[in-house]
Design a protein around this ligand. Structure first.
Ligand SMILES: C[S@@+](CC[C@H](N)C(=O)[O-])C[C@H]1O[C@@H](n2cnc3c(N)ncnc32)[C@H](O)[C@@H]1O
Length: 461
């Protein structure tokens, strides 16, 4: 068998990197060279002929064992606890809240290896939902795992794991989310556990080479993409290309989680992709900040000029000027820190006040708050409207809506504070001025609505 010359080997490494994105390490090169001679022997051709054949057809069957050697499949459950805690404590609760109306979530682990990362997401999602009192039975949930290595995908689908996969995993996981196979299978079967069926129904696996010019549909619009320890083997240009493509698969305000040692998106990627870095304790996440038109689509609204908000009845008999006795002392009024035990929105959203001036961002929680008002789901309405108020503190409509919610929640003092804030914000504006958010509602009408609500509160306080 004629051996490959150094320059021919160089060409082989370049070809393999072009196909897989992976830069072969020195030990891998030794194994790969050995394997190419074995494949050539089996195929009864020379190694050079093989290389020619692979160049012409990168999907060739004979290339598979070579590419398997290139991929490093190291993984385990609950890998990098600080990142998992950020998902548990911040990201997943936020995603569940945001999806409360549509009840639809799409998560994707890219380069998922043997699947531990995918099932970790499923377990965390179930745990977080349980803690929040959310029953996921009726939800449309898909957790996707994709990988380049076919053997890995087979293991993903089997969902059977041994001790090594559980290193660093919370103690209760094995009992709660797996069934022990060694109790039912023959005793010689090494200790092994299979993921519980109720979690497996959420997961889907698909072959994907990140270098492929076309990606399969997978989820086109994800709430969370996890791509850890994958691009670490790629060169800088390919890495950034992958990030930009992943960003295109995120929904507005969706999250991308990279591994702590992965190269971050560079300035060009950030510019092209709309990804913004957010810091959590012990973890960095990348959030896709939507463009205005995408957010409109996300809101499912043909235009951001929304109709007069439902639930506000504009009374005709109330005089436009509000008696000063109606106004409450606003020194303590802060819509986002009204309860000690309430969510700390700055931490939950990881939005700094400076970054909140983008007008489009607050429309999403506002819309969801209004939908919740319509459903008379006061708690969800409150949560969303407070998020919106955090993002856009000086819009009178938000405080008016918050006032309504507090009335429903039988908190008249808070309702009075919110309504007074709304009136205060309206006071410098002209009676006939449109509210700047919905052609149908004018400042005067809003004043009257707030005044009417305040009057109705007088009796209660
Ligand atoms: C080290 S594992 C990471 C597993 C998991 N994400 C984690 O962090 O625990 C890297 C995975 O990336 C996959 N991979 C490498 N190159 C890829 C490519 N071009 N397209 C898709 N997956 C790839 C490998 O098959 C391997 O399973």
């Amino acid at each position: 068998m004629p051996k490959l010359l150094p320059y021919q080997l160089e060409k082989l490494w370049i070809l393999l990197e072009g196909i897989s994105g992976i830069i072969p390490s020195i030990p891998q090169k030794t194994d790969l060279e050995r394997e190419i001679y074995a494949v050539a022997l089996e195929q009864e051709c020379t190694p050079l002929e093989l290389i020619q054949a692979w160049k012409a057809d990168p999907q060739a069957q004979s290339l598979k064992p070579i590419l398997q050697l290139l991929t490093i499949s190291e993984t385990h459950f609950y890998r990098v606890p600080a990142q998992m805690q950020a998902l548990e404590q911040e990201i997943l609760p936020q995603l569940l809240e945001r999806a409360a109306v549509k009840r639809c979530l799409r998560l994707w682990s890219v380069g998922c290896s043997s699947g531990e990362e995918v099932y970790t997401l499923a377990i965390l999602l179930e745990e977080v939902a349980q803690k929040m009192g959310i029953a996921l039975g009726q939800w449309d949930i898909e957790i996707w795992g994709s990988d380049y290595n076919f053997h890995n995908l087979q293991r993903c689908r089997q969902a059977i794991y041994k001790r090594w996969s559980f290193r660093g995993t919370p103690e209760h996981w094995k009992d709660q989310y797996f069934k022990a196979l060694h109790t039912t299978l023959e005793p010689s079967f090494d200790h092994a556990w299979q993921v519980a069926d109720r979690l497996r129904r959420w997961v889907r696996f698909e072959h994907l080479n990140l270098m492929a010019p076309q990606w399969p549909p997978l989820p086109l619009s994800c709430d969370l993409i996890v791509c850890r320890n994958v691009t670490i083997y790629f060169n800088a240009e390919r890495t950034q290309g992958v990030y930009q493509r992943l960003a295109q698969r995120l929904r507005p305000l969706g999250w991308l989680l990279l591994g702590p040692s992965d190269p971050p998106p560079n300035e060009v990627s950030v510019l092209h992709s709309g990804l913004k870095r957010r810091f959590f304790s012990g973890a960095v996440m990348w959030q896709y900040r939507a463009l205005n038109h995408e957010l409109k689509h996300e809101l499912n609204a043909p235009s951001l000029a929304l109709e007069s908000p439902s639930g506000i009845r504009i009374p005709s008999s109330i005089p436009p000027s509000i008696p000063s006795s109606h106004l409450t002392d606003l020194t303590d009024y802060n819509p986002i820190s009204l309860e000690q035990d309430a969510l700390d929105l700055t931490e939950t959203q990881q939005i700094t006040p400076e970054s909140t001036l983008e007008l489009e961002v607050w429309h999403l929680p506002l819309q969801q708050g209004m939908q919740a008002l319509e459903r008379q789901d006061w708690e969800v309405a409150l949560l969303n409207l407070r998020q919106a108020a955090f993002l856009q503190a000086d819009h009178p409509l938000l405080h008016l809506l918050l006032g309504q919610v507090w009335i429903r929640l039988e908190q008249p003092k808070r309702a009075k504070a919110a309504l007074s804030q709304s009136l205060l914000l309206l006071s410098p504006r002209d009676h006939e001025e449109p509210l700047g958010w919905g052609e149908t509602l004018r400042v005067g009408e809003m004043r009257e609505a707030a005044g009417a609500l305040l009057t109705s509160l007088e009796a209660l306080i």
